[in-house]
Write a protein that binds this ligand. Structure first.
Ligand SMILES: [Zn+2]
Length: 1026
C-alpha cells in the first residue's frame, strides 16, 4: 500500500535530482481507488537511511540547517481513513450547493427577539477586524496597508498594527478644496478663452459642434490637481486600511523608502452627502432630488447620511426612469456597479458594525430586505413599511421606539442601520451552515524546466516567502504548499520534523491528495520550515528537465487538500499546461493561420477550449476555494481557457508577459502581498434587491452563480466590482423613490460571519432630460466596457466595435432628438454629463481588447480583468493618462505629485521629452530622440538607449529628477492599487509604435482621429433622425 521512494531522477535524462537525498521522498498514501503507482525512478538510489542528509547535500545546499534526517517512515501517517482526523483540518465538509442559506432565506422566529438593543460598534475601516468587544482584545485589527517595502525593519513580524509612534501611511487628509473643482478647462477650451473652471455646457445650452474646429470635449484636469485618493498623504492617526497599498521598490529590500516626501496636509474638500435616508422621506435636505455623485476618478470624501458611498455602489443614472419605455428611449443602460469592499478615503467614517444578538438583523418579512434608513416607521413606530416591496411589517417588540415630531424614530440618529447607507450586521446562526472557515492559503508553484530556467520559480518562492509575514495573524491562518511539473509534489511541514517531507502524486489523470496529514498547517506551526523549503525549491529543481506542466491536475490536487475548509489557492504557472487533467494545446498557431485566412470564427480562440476547467472551477467554488493564477510566462499559455478558473471562483489572473527575471520579481511580490493584505471576505454570498418596478436582469463579474437570485463568491476583495443590470417589470410613480440594497454575507479573515448591507435610494422621474442631467458617465462607460468584453469571445471584433459605437450614437441621438432645444442640423449636441462619452468610446474601439492587432493572450487577459474592474479603473484602462516626466523638476514640492495629464494626441509630444503613459496595469515610458542625455542619465542611469531593456527597472538615483520620477510612479501605483510594470518604448521600435497607438485622439491605422470620430457620430445621428 505504501511505497517509498528514496530518490527521484529526471525522467528525461535519468539524472538524479540532487536535493532529494536530503528530503525523504514518500509516495503519497492513496485515497480510494489506489492510483497505479509506479516509481518515478526506475533505478532508485539507495536511501540515505539513518545517515545524516547533510553529508549528501550538494554544495549549493550546505547552508540549509538540516541537522538530522527523520527516520524514513517516521512521518508517514497511516493510510487515509484509518488515522485520526488531522488537527490542522477542522470543520465539516462544505455543504452541497443550495444548502447554504442566503441572507434572504431565514427569517428570525419571533421567539428569538429576546435580547437587548443591538450594540453598535465602530469597526475599523474595511470591516475586517473583529467586531464584538470581547473579540476586540483577542484579535488585532486588520494589518493596515502594507508598509513601504524596502524598509524591512518597519515591517512588524506578523503584520501587527503599526506602532502608535510611527506615522501611518496614507492617513493624511485629502487635497485642498481648491484642487477639487469638478470641471476645469480643457486645453482646447483654454485656447478659446472659455471661462475658467466653469462647465462649458449645460443641458439648457447644449454644446454645439459645427465643422472640425470647435468645442471638442476632453477630460478636464483643472489645475491638474485631482488625483484620485488625494494628493496629500501626511501622517495621521488614521486607522489601518486608510488607503491603498504602498509598494516597494523595483527590488525589494535594496532601496531606500520611496515614500519619504509627504505633502503637507491641506484643508478638506466638502464631503459628498447623499439624501438623508430618514425613515421619513420628507425630511431629506431640500433640493437633493437627483443629485449626481462625484466622479469616480475624482477626489472626494463621503459623509454617509443614508445613501451609501458611491465607491461601494454606483448607478449608471442618479434618477430612475419611471417606465421601461423611457429607459429604452434614452438608450442608456440601467445598472449598478457594486464594489462592496472598496477602499474608503482615509478621512471617511468607518462602516459601523451592528450586533442584534440572537435576534439577528431586522428584516422585511415579505422580501427579506434588511432594515435600512429608507424604511418608514408609522403608527407610533409599531409598523415599518419596506422601501423595496412596500409591505407593512410589525415592528418587533424589542425594536420599538416612539416617533418624534418629525416623524422619524427618536433613536434614528443613534442607530447606524437607521441613519447610514452602509452597515454591517453580525450574522446569527441562521447564516451559518458550519463554523466560519479559517483563512487558508495554499501555494502551487510550477517547477517545470521552463519555470526554473526563466527564474519564475525563484521569483514565486521569494514572493511567497516574503509575504508570509503579511498573512492574517492568529491561530486560524493556515498554509500549505505543493510544487508541480508533470507530477505533483506535496510537502508535509510538521514542525516536529526537522525538515519537510515530500510526497509525490504521480497520477495526473485521476488526481488524489496524499494523506491529509500536515499538508495544511497553522502558519505559526510551520513558518520556519516553510521558509526553509521556499528557499530550497529553486535549487532542488535547478536541473529539472521535465518540460511538461500538469497545471489542471495540480490545481485539482491542491483543491482536494483544501476541500474540508475552502480557502485561497494561489497558483504560479509559467508554461502552457500540457499534461494531465485540463491540459491545453497551442491554439495560437492554429489561430494565426485562421486569422490570416480571414476566418470569421477567430474569436472562438478567445473562448475556453472545452468545459474541463469550468467544471473544475464550479466544484472549487462549491467548496469555497478561490483561485488566483499568476502567469509568469514567455509564451502562449491560453489565458482564455485558464482564466475560467479564477473568474468562476472570485479570483483573477495576474499576467507577466514576457516574464523578466530582472524586473518582474518585484511586481510579483507586490501583487501577491496586496492580494493577501487587501480588505477581503471569504465564503461570501451576495444578493441585490431593488424596489418593486424593477428586477435584477443579470449579474456580471468573477463569481459562481447557481440560483438566479444569488451569486457565490468563494472570496471577494476590495479590487473586485460586480455589475448588476436591471429591467422594469412595472411602473414607478413620479416622485417616488427606487431603492437598491446589496447584501453580502461573508466571513472575515479572522473567522467572523457578517452581513454587509449597502443601500441607495434614487428618485424616479418621467422626464428624459432628468435622466441625461443625472447620468453617471463613468458608470455608464464601465457598463459599455464590460459589455464589450463579454462580447469579444462570441462575436467578431468589428461587430463588437460597431456595437460600442452604436451604443454611444443611440444615447446622443436620443438627447439630440428629445432634449436639445437647438435644432440646427449643423450641430452636434452633447449632454453635459456625457460629453466625454464619444472620446471614451473612441478609446475603447482602439483598446487592447478591441483593436485588430495584438496577441490572443493579451486580448484574453484584457477581457479577464475587465470582468471585475471597478469604475475608477475602467476608464484609465481604456483611456490612459499621459504625463511628461522630463520637466518634473520645474514643479514645486507643494504641487500635487502627479502633474496635469496631457491630452492623448501626438501634438503634445515634444522631441526632447520623456513621457509616461499609464493605464493602471502598465506604465509605458516613451523617450524621444532629442532628449538631453543628461536627463536620461538622471532618470535611468544611462545616457544612451542603445541596448536598454524593454522592461525597465526604475531605480532611484541621487538627484531631484530621479526622486520626482519615482514619487510619481509610486503615487500612480498607490492610486491604482497596482504595481505597474514599466516598459520602455523607443522610436523606430515596435514598442514605440505601440506607444503611439495608445494616443487615442490621433488618427491611426486602426481608427479615426477624435475629430473624425465626432464627425462620424454626428453624421450617424443626422441620418437616423431623417
Ligand atoms: Zn420588503
Amino acid at each position: 500500500h505504501k511505497t517509498v521512494l528514496s530518490a527521484l531522477s529526471c525522467p528525461a535524462c535519468s539524472r538524479q535530482i540532487p536535493i532529494f537525498p536530503s528530503i525523504p521522498v514518500v509516495a503519497a498514501s492513496m485515497s480510494r481507488p489506489p492510483p497505479p503507482f509506479t516509481p518515478q525512478n526506475p533505478t532508485p538510489a539507495p536511501r540515505p537511511g539513518g545517515q545524516s542528509p547533510s553529508s549528501t547535500l550538494p554544495a549549493s545546499f550546505s547552508n540549509l540547517q538540516i541537522s538530522r534526517a527523520p527516520p524514513p517512515f517516521a512521518s508517514v501517517g497511516p493510510p487515509q481513513g484509518d488515522g485520526p482526523v488531522p488537527s490542522s483540518i477542522r470543520g465539516p465538509q462544505a455543504p452541497p450547493p443550495g444548502a447554504r442559506p442566503f441572507p434572504g432565506s431565514p427569517s428570525p422566529p419571533g421567539s428569538l427577539f429576546a435580547c437587548p438593543a443591538p450594540s453598535v460598534q465602530q469597526s475599523p475601516p474595511f470591516g475586517a477586524p473583529p467586531a464584538a468587544q470581547s473579540l476586540q482584545q483577542q484579535r488585532p485589527p486588520f494589518n493596515g496597508p502594507p508598509p513601504v517595502l524596502p524598509a524591512q525593519v518597519q515591517r512588524a513580524p506578523f503584520g501587527g498594527p503599526p506602532a502608535a509612534s510611527q506615522p501611518l501611511p496614507y492617513g493624511g487628509p485629502p487635497a485642498a478644496v481648491s484642487q477639487l473643482a469638478p470641471f476645469g478647462v480643457s486645453p482646447v477650451a483654454a485656447a478659446q478663452s472659455a471661462p475658467l473652471g466653469a462647465p462649458r455646457y449645460s443641458a439648457a445650452q447644449p454644446p454645439q459642434f459645427s465643422g472640425l474646429s470647435g468645442a471638442v470635449s476632453r477630460p478636464s484636469y483643472s489645475g491638474g490637481s485631482i488625483p484620485p485618493f488625494g494628493a496629500a498623504r501626511a501622517p495621521s492617526q488614521q486607522g489601518p486600511y486608510g488607503g491603498p497599498p504602498q509598494f516597494g521598490g523595483e527590488r525589494p529590500g535594496l532601496q531606500t523608502p520611496l515614500f519619504g516626501a509627504q505633502t503637507a496636509p491641506a484643508s478638506q474638500p466638502p464631503p459628498f452627502m447623499g439624501v438623508r435616508g430618514a425613515n421619513a422621506p420628507a425630511f431629506g435636505p431640500p433640493g437633493w432630488q437627483g443629485q449626481t455623485r462625484p466622479a469616480a476618478s475624482s477626489e472626494f470624501i463621503v459623509k454617509d447620511t443614508g445613501n451609501c458611498s458611491p465607491r461601494l455602489m454606483r448607478c449608471t443614472m442618479n434618477q430612475i426612469p419611471c417606465t421601461g419605455d423611457l429607459l429604452t428611449t434614452s438608450g442608456m443602460p440601467l445598472a449598478i456597479m457594486v464594489q462592496p469592499f472598496a477602499l474608503p478615503h482615509p478621512s471617511e467614517e468607518a462602516i459601523q458594525l451592528v450586533d442584534f444578538g440572537e435576534m439577528g438583523p431586522i428584516r422585511c418579512s415579505r422580501c427579506k430586505a434588511y432594515i435600512n434608513p429608507f424604511m418608514r416607521f408609522v403608527d407610533q413606530g409599531k409598523i415599518f413599511i419596506c422601501n423595496l416591496c412596500g409591505f407593512s411589517n410589525d415592528t418587533p417588540r424589542e425594536y420599538l421606539c416612539n416617533l418624534g415630531p418629525d416623524g422619524r424614530r427618536r433613536d434614528a440618529d443613534d442607530r447606524p442601520e437607521l441613519c447610514r447607507g452602509t452597515v454591517e450586521f453580525i450574522a446569527t446562526k441562521e447564516f451559518l451552515v458550519r463554523e466560519p472557515m479559517p483563512a487558508v492559503y495554499f501555494f502551487l508553484v510550477d517547477v517545470s524546466m521552463n519555470a526554473i530556467q526563466t527564474g519564475a520559480t525563484a521569483a514565486a518562492c521569494s514572493a511567497i516567502s516574503q509575504s508570509l509575514s503579511d498573512l492574517p495573524e492568529g491561530p486560524r491562518t493556515m498554509v500549505g504548499i505543493a510544487t508541480f511539473d508533470s507530477t505533483i509534489h506535496f510537502y508535509s511541514l510538521k514542525r516536529a520534523q526537522q525538515q519537510p517531507l515530500m510526497l509525490i502524486v504521480p497520477d495526473i489523470q485521476d488526481v488524489y491528495t496524499p494523506l491529509q496529514m500536515d499538508l495544511i498547517l497553522p502558519v505559526s506551526e510551520c513558518r520556519d520550515s516553510l521558509e526553509q523549503l521556499l528557499e530550497s525549491i529553486p535549487s532542488m529543481f535547478e536541473n529539472n528537465r521535465v518540460a511538461d506542466s500538469a497545471f489542471g491536475a495540480a490545481m485539482k490536487a491542491g483543491f482536494l487538500a483544501m476541500k474540508p475548509t475552502g480557502g485561497k489557492l494561489l497558483v504560479f504557472q509559467s508554461v502552457l499546461p500540457s499534461v494531465g487533467t485540463g491540459s491545453l494545446s497551442a491554439r495560437e498557431t492554429e489561430g494565426r493561420s485562421n486569422i490570416s485566412s480571414g476566418d470569421k470564427e477567430a474569436h472562438k480562440l478567445l473562448q475556453p477550449v472545452d468545459k474541463t476547467l469550468k467544471t473544475m472551477a464550479l466544484e472549487f467554488a462549491e467548496y469555497q476555494v478561490c483561485v488566483d493564477v499568476f502567469l509568469t510566462t514567455q509564451s502562449y499559455t491560453d489565458v482564455a481557457s485558464i482564466s475560467v478558473v479564477p473568474s468562476t471562483t472570485g479570483g483573477r489572473v495576474y499576467y507577466y508577459f514576457p516574464f523578466s527575471a530582472l524586473s518582474d520579481p518585484a511586481k510579483l511580490f507586490n501583487d501577491l502581498r496586496w492580494n493577501i493584505t487587501r480588505p477581503q471576505g471569504l465564503e461570501a454570498v451576495m444578493r441585490v434587491r431593488c424596489s418593486q418596478g424593477l428586477q435584477v436582469q443579470d449579474y456580471s463579474g468573477n463569481f459562481c452563480k447557481r440560483v438566479p437570485t444569488d451569486i457565490d463568491l468563494p472570496a471577494i476583495d476590495s479590487d473586485k466590482t460586480i455589475m448588476v443590470s436591471f429591467k422594469h417589470d412595472d411602473k414607478f410613480q413620479e416622485n417616488s423613490e427606487c431603492g437598491f440594497q446589496c447584501a453580502l454575507l461573508y466571513t472575515t479573515v479572522y473567522g467572523q460571519r457578517r452581513i454587509r448591507v449597502i443601500n441607495i435610494s434614487l428618485p424616479c422621474t418621467s422626464m428624459l432630460s432628468n435622466l441625461f442631467r443625472c447620468a453617471d458617465l463613468e458608470a455608464q462607460f464601465t457598463y459599455v466596457v464590460k459589455q464589450a468584453a463579454n462580447g469579444i469571445p462570441s462575436s467578431s471584433l468589428s461587430q463588437v466595435r460597431d456595437q460600442v459605437t452604436s451604443t454611444c450614437i443611440n444615447i446622443l441621438q436620443s438627447y439630440r432628438q428629445y432634449c436639445a432645444s437647438v435644432s440646427s442640423s449643423g450641430q452636434l449636441i452633447l449632454p453635459e454629463a456625457l460629453k466625454l462619452l464619444p472620446l471614451y468610446t473612441l478609446a475603447l474601439t482602439k483598446s487592447i481588447g478591441l483593436r485588430n492587432d495584438g496577441r490572443l493572450d493579451d486580448r484574453s487577459y484584457w477581457v479577464s480583468i475587465v470582468s471585475s474592474v471597478s469604475v475608477s479603473l475602467a476608464v484609465p484602462l481604456v483611456f490612459p493618462r499621459m504625463i511628461a516626466l522630463h520637466d518634473l523638476t520645474s514643479r514645486d514640492d507643494e504641487d500635487p505629485l502627479i502633474p496635469n495629464p496631457l491630452t492623448l494626441n501626438s501634438e503634445n509630444i515634444q522631441d526632447n521629452g520623456i513621457y509616461l503613459l499609464e493605464n493602471g496595469e502598465d506604465g509605458f515610458i516613451h523617450v524621444r530622440n532629442a532628449v538631453n542625455p543628461a536627463t536620461l542619465e538622471q532618470i535611468f542611469g544611462f545616457s544612451s538607449l542603445a541596448g536598454a531593456p524593454n522592461l525597465l527597472v526604475l531605480e532611484q538615483f541621487d538627484n531631484v529628477l530621479s526622486r520626482k520620477v519615482n514619487e510619481v510612479v509610486n503615487e500612480i501605483r498607490r492610486q491604482r492599487c497596482s504595481y505597474l510594470r514599466l516598459r520602455l518604448c523607443q522610436k523606430g521600435d515596435p514598442s514605440g509604435d505601440f506607444f503611439r497607438s495608445l494616443l487615442v485622439e490621433d488618427k491611426a491605422p486602426g481608427g479615426l482621429s477624435y475629430v473624425e470620430f465626432l464627425v462620424h457620430v454626428h453624421r450617424q445621428i443626422q441620418s437616423k433622425m431623417t
